[in-house]
Design a binder for this molecule. Structure first.
Ligand code: SF4
Ligand code: SF4
Length: 353
């Protein structure tokens, strides 16, 4: 627990920013990866934005190098944005340009604003989560390798965000990105005898659709039963109780691709992504089918969209029928659905593969 009164964040920002906080009047993109901000007194500072590692993991060595750059150029502080990118606020333009080249030397692309790739993010996935159906950090790393040139060098029709989540809980925030990968389980978990070591009532409460029923066996022992007709295979009970398992996840787990999500207020406001590839098997380490499908979507969007049209806006103009025609992606019964209960339930029969 944090004790004591809230600590004013102004204590932790560089001196050259303190005067300007709350007094900003304008900003402009000075050059790729560098924004100029001007306050009401005409004071200027510059934000430099560098791409994060797509899965958000850093060695301590790299963190020390980032730390050194923040000390040298940004008054001893920087931030990782919600999309995991790095932002440094620098007091003058020459220093900001120096910082840009230092970041590039470390291998971090600098850019990610305007008509470019803005972010690649993922949840922890298998790294420490029991619910994962796909290795989200690895999938997004592969997509990062494929798309990184759009962060700084090549232009796109509009902003692009890409995210991967290991399961439909979507901790990677992937429903609200232009292209999202979401892990899915397509089997119903089974209850093993180890269930007796679990908090049965607590486990039943984790089920979002009430598919878990408490039961008393003839010998008086308590257990639980999964009602298959209700279960949507979300995996929450598997995460809550070690006595519930997916039997053959290596065969039945995979991921879906959705497009058209965005959290912005532009045009029609926030939209949720809709499924365009209902199921792809997990095929590490290269995930060729996933990379190929995403590449197809991006290339078709680049060819066909008008300037300023994000993927949702582009599809809205041409219609879904044309989207499938132009990309050549096969249409399945689950295509066009949202990644919700209905989609997952219908995937279970395998007809979306
Ligand atoms: S999205 Fe799923 S797999 Fe990823 S961290 Fe959240 S619960 Fe775990
Ligand atoms: S997998 Fe999800 S829907 Fe199925 S029983 Fe477990 S918690 Fe309920």
């Amino acid at each position: 627990m944090i004790e004591g009164p809230p600590r004013p964040y102004l204590n932790y920002i560089p001196e050259y920013l303190k005067e300007s906080v709350g007094k900003w009047v304008t900003h402009k993109l000075e050059e790729p990866g560098l924004i100029e901000h001007v306050d009401s007194g005409g004071r200027k500072v510059y934000t430099v934005k560098a791409a994060a590692t797509p899965n958000g993991r850093y060695s301590t060595d790299t963190m020390r190098k980032i730390n050194d750059l923040a000390r040298k150029y940004a008054g001893g502080s920087m931030r990782f944005t919600q999309a995991l990118n790095m932002e440094f606020v620098v007091s003058d333009l020459a220093k900001a340009r120096e910082l840009k080249s230092e970041l590039k030397k470390l291998g971090f692309p600098v850019g990610g604003w305007k008509e470019h790739l803005w972010s690649l993010t993922s949840c922890a996935g298998y790294f420490h989560c029991a619910l994962a159906a796909t290795d989200a950090p690895s999938v997004i790393q592969r997509l990062g390798n494929e798309l990184s040139e759009y962060f700084d060098e090549k232009e796109l029709p509009a902003k692009l965000t890409v995210a991967a989540s290991g399961c439909p809980s979507s901790c990677g925030g992937s429903f609200l990105t232009d292209i999202s990968i979401n892990g899915i389980h397509t089997e119903i978990p089974v209850v093993t005898e180890n269930v007796k070591n679990c908090d049965l009532q607590g486990t039943a409460f984790t089920c979002p659709v009430g598919a878990i029923q408490l039961k008393t066996l003839q010998n008086g022992e308590k257990t639980i039963e999964i009602r298959e007709n209700l279960c949507i295979g979300c995996g929450l009970c598997v995460g809550a109780c070690g006595g519930i398992i997916f039997k053959t996840p290596e065969k039945t787990d995979g991921h879906a691709i959705s497009i058209g999500g965005k959290a912005s207020a532009s045009r029609y406001g926030t939209t949720l992504g809709r499924i365009v590839v209902p199921f792809l098997p997990n095929e590490p380490p290269h995930y060729e089918k996933t990379v190929k499908a995403v590449r197809t979507i991006v290339d078709t969007w680049i060819r066909d969209a008008r300037k300023g049209e994000r993927i949702a806006d582009w599809v809205d103009r041409i219609g879904w029928e044309k989207f499938f025609e132009k990309t050549g992606l096969p249409f399945y019964p689950q295509s066009m659905d949202y990644l919700d209960i209905r989609a997952i339930t219908t995937l279970r029969d395998g007809s979306g593969r």
